[in-house]
Write a protein that binds this ligand. Structure first.
Ligand SMILES: NC(=O)c1ccc[n+]([C@@H]2O[C@H](COP(=O)([O-])OP(=O)(O)OC[C@H]3O[C@@H](n4cnc5c(N)ncnc54)[C@H](OP(=O)(O)O)[C@@H]3O)[C@@H](O)[C@H]2O)c1
Length: 259
């Protein structure tokens, strides 16, 4: 049976872990040929092998998306091997904390470079390809913090707000060319990086599980998302099932921004 993305060519940035990895695996299972990127060579190769082991088609292209040449290389490699780009999922991103007073110049610049500028840069590279095809889909990974304010995460919230505006504005600029541009806005999604970075690790008498439970208590559904739940929303936006949807921000946040 044909998958929902049968024979589509998809680039997924930042697919060496987390939401990007889950999306790459789901897209491949739905018949897409996926090009996955990220800086970590070992992780990228692992994702590539895991997808190929179950009969999928996947190529890992090592890339730091803050480097314009690396972005060009990703698109060139995709075109050289597959000849088209049907889907771009702009997912690579970092989380940075801090208030207006505490965030450093370096953290501010780094956050905008990957979370905002790289989204524009990758889009700019694929839009001419999609225009020539007469069809294409861009999905950006924003955040629920793209639509509500966040405490002590100023550069991150600003960057995701910019992604929301980039999504709407690019959608308007390219709707008549058959290119749809939408964003997924995940709420807190439990990814390995949380554990690796010490995020939510309790200190003193508070265990990590308690810290996690306390944080999840503020979410109406009383839990964090699984990366696969975000991937399913991205699949919907990337597939023809959303053929009349463009410029939309799809919140996948367990009701967090409804309160
Ligand atoms: N988890 C959440 O709660 C949550 C909520 C809302 C939105 N999001 C968004 O979801 C996206 C994915 O994050 P995640 O939660 O899945 O965490 P993650 O596992 O840390 O994924 C981030 C991905 O981005 C890549 N990346 C970061 N900087 C990069 C760079 N300069 N060049 C290329 N790749 C880069 C990382 O790969 P390398 O380290 O290998 O480069 C990794 O594959 C981000 O845009 C994030 O803002 C996450």
């Amino acid at each position: 049976m044909a998958g929902r993305l049968q024979d589509k060519i998809a680039i997924i940035t930042g697919a060496t872990s987390g939401i990007g990895e889950a999306t790459a695996k789901l897209f491949a299972a739905e018949g897409a040929k996926v090009v996955v990127t990220g800086r970590r060579q070992d992780r990228g190769e692992k994702v590539e092998s895991a997808i190929q082991a179950v009969g999928g088609v996947c190529r890992f292209v090592q890339a730091d998306h803050t480097d314009p040449a690396a972005c060009s290389r990703v698109v060139e490699r995709t075109l050289a091997e597959f000849g088209r780009v049907d889907i771009l999922f702009n997912n690579a991103g970092i989380v940075t904390s801090g208030t207006a007073e505490t965030v450093s110049e370096e953290a501010w610049a780094q956050t905008l470079a990957i979370n905002v500028t790289a989204v524009w840069r990758m889009s700019r590279l694929v839009i001419p390809v999609m225009r020539a095809q007469g069809k294409g889909v861009i999905v950006n990974n924003a955040s629920d913090w793209a639509v509500v304010g966040a405490r002590e995460a100023l550069p991150y919230a600003v960057s995701k707000g910019a992604v929301a505006q980039m999504t709407r504005s690019m959608a308007l600029d390219h709707a008549h060319e058959g290119i749809r541009v939408n964003a997924v806005c995940p709420g807190d999604t439990f990814v390995e990086r949380w554990v690796e970075s010490g995020y939510f690790v309790g200190s003193g008498p508070v265990t990590r599980e308690q810290a996690l439970a306390e944080s999840a208590a503020t979410i109406p559904m009383k839990r964090f998302a699984h990366p696969e739940e975000i991937a399913r929303a991205v699949l919907f936006l990337a597939s023809d099932e959303s053929s009349f949807i463009t410029g939309h921000l799809l919140l996948v946040d367990g009701g967090n921004t409804a309160q």
